[in-house]
Design a protein around this ligand. Sequence first.
Ligand code: SAH
Length: 247
Amino acid sequence: MAENIDPVPSEQNQLRREQEDDMTPETWNERWKQGRAGFHINHVSDMMKDQKDLLTNGREGISVFFPMCGKSFDMKWLADLGYKIIGVEYSEIAITSFFQEQKIDYTTQPVDRMSNCTLYKSLDERIKIYQCDIFKISSEITGQVDAIWDRGAFNAIMYKERRKYGEMILPMMKADTRYLLLTSIYDKSQMTAPPQCIPIEEVLEIFGARCTVQKIAEYDDERDIFKKKGLKWIKIHVHLLTLKIKI
Ligand code: SAH
């Protein structure tokens, strides 16, 4: 059963501040350059396979937004099923690797009225990825979307920038948009970010006023990188966010 959550952040969490690991878009790009992309999943994720029906809600051919998309296999999988993919990613290396590794031919073009932003498009135009800082993107550029798959995006944003992230993504939502937000949960005394450890109170702090938030699943994150860091457990919580209806 889905769990409805009261959108009131606890006082303790309002006061609490993340232990910041200063990751800039350039630091991420360096990681891509050095092949240190331990966050990348080298296949279609089980989470996507399990949650696809919840994400799409039976709507065929809908648009799915992948913020900070890396070179996620999930994009190609959904595109092959007929969905329209809109991604945003800062690292050009990640984007070109995506198209090359997935054997997808693409074109590039500058984006109107935006400096430092290039649009990569598959020839069939099912996959569009904007290469730029996520904070330069707005609903005016992407349009509103039918679904959002947020794995490793909100989770990579530092505490101090999360509100700005919310302000970027919320206008992309319309009444029937389904936003699946995946967060990591672990014992912070055992590891520092990334990924950030994001308890539900911190999801509600950013999205609770505008969205109904339901935790719908949790997974053990079995990736070796975390075991190597000495972490005893790490979980991924999946939340469904939908806009609250204004009456
Ligand atoms: N969503 C992907 C990648 C998650 S890792 C997946 O599930 O595999 C976080 C990604 O965000 C990295 O690819 C990094 O290059 C990108 N990134 C970090 N900061 C960014 C920013 N400010 N704007 C756009 N992309 C950013």
